[in-house]
Design a protein around this ligand. Structure first.
Ligand SMILES: NC(=O)c1ccc[n+]([C@@H]2O[C@H](COP(=O)([O-])OP(=O)(O)OC[C@H]3O[C@@H](n4cnc5c(N)ncnc54)[C@H](O)[C@@H]3O)[C@@H](O)[C@H]2O)c1
Length: 199
C-alpha cells in the first residue's frame, strides 16, 4: 500500500470511528470562515478546535462562533499536538510554505486554490506529504459540483463522438500543408538550377 493510500485509510478510519476530526483553520476570511468554517461547523464529523489569523477581530469572531482557541500566526497554531486536519486558507502566495509547515507538523491538509505558482512548488508539497505520510488535498470544490461534472461529461462526450471527424480534418489540413511545403521546395530548387545554368 502506498503512503498516500495509507494516509487516506487513516483519515477514513478517523471518520469511521465516529471520532470527530480535530480541525484547525488558517485564515478567517472569505474562504477560511465563509466557506470552510460555515461548512465544518455543521458537519458532526469535524470539530474546529483552533484557528489562526493575524487580525484580532477575526480571531475574536472565531472564538465566539466556534468556541475554539485562536492564534495570531499559523506557527503558533501548529504547535498544538491535538490537530488531525488543518485547512490552509491563507493568502495564495503563502500556500506552498504553509502547507509544507502543516505536513511537517504531522497534520493532514486541505489547501485552498490556487495551489501554487508553478509545478516545482507543487512537487515540493507532494514530497512533504510523502515524507509525512499525511493526506494532502486541494480544495477544488467546483470539480465535484453536479453542473461542473455535467459540462465535463458533455464536452468529453462531444470530443469522443467527433473524434474520427476531427482526426480526419486534422490529417487533411496537415496533408495540404505538406503539399504546399513540397511545392515551395520544388520552386526554390528549380529557380536556383535555372539561375545557375541558364542565366
Ligand atoms: N475555493 C474557493 O472558492 C475560494 C474562495 C475564496 C478564496 N479562495 C482562496 O482562499 C485563500 C484566501 O482567500 P480569502 O478571500 O479568504 O482572503 P482573505 O484576505 O479574506 O483572508 C485571508 C486571511 O488569512 C489571514 N492570514 C494570512 N496568512 C496568515 C498566517 N500566516 N497566519 C495567520 N493568518 C493568516 C489574514 O489575516 C486574512 O484574514 C486565497 O488563496 C483564495 O484564492 C478560494
Amino acid at each position: 500500500m502506498t503512503r498516500t493510500a495509507r494516509a487516506c485509510k487513516e483519515l477514513k478510519e478517523l471518520c469511521d470511528m465516529a471520532k470527530q476530526i480535530k480541525t484547525g483553520i488558517i485564515g478567517q476570511g472569505r474562504s477560511g470562515r465563509d466557506i470552510h468554517g460555515v461548512y465544518l461547523c455543521k458537519d458532526d464529523r469535524f470539530k474546529i478546535v483552533a484557528v489562526a489569523d493575524t487580525l484580532a477581530e477575526r480571531r475574536q469572531r472565531a472564538v465566539q462562533e466556534y468556541g475554539c482557541a485562536a492564534y495570531a500566526t499559523h506557527v503558533e497554531l501548529l504547535q498544538r499536538k491535538d490537530l488531525d486536519l488543518v485547512v490552509n486558507a491563507s493568502f495564495s502566495h503563502q500556500h506552498t510554505s504553509i502547507t509544507k509547515d502543516i505536513l511537517t507538523a504531522g497534520c493532514h491538509v486541505v489547501c485552498e486554490k490556487p495551489l501554487a505558482r508553478n509545478v516545482a512548488m507543487v512537487d515540493e508539497m507532494i514530497a512533504a506529504a510523502k515524507k509525512s505520510g499525511r493526506v494532502f488535498a486541494v480544495f477544488q470544490q467546483s470539480r465535484y459540483a453536479p453542473y461542473f461534472q455535467q459540462v465535463q461529461k458533455d464536452i468529453f462526450g462531444l470530443i469522443e463522438d467527433y473524434r474520427y471527424l476531427l482526426w480526419s480534418i486534422y490529417c487533411r489540413v496537415y496533408l495540404l500543408h505538406v503539399r504546399r511545403q513540397a511545392k515551395l521546395l520544388r520552386d526554390v530548387l528549380r529557380d536556383s538550377i535555372l539561375r545557375k545554368y541558364f542565366f
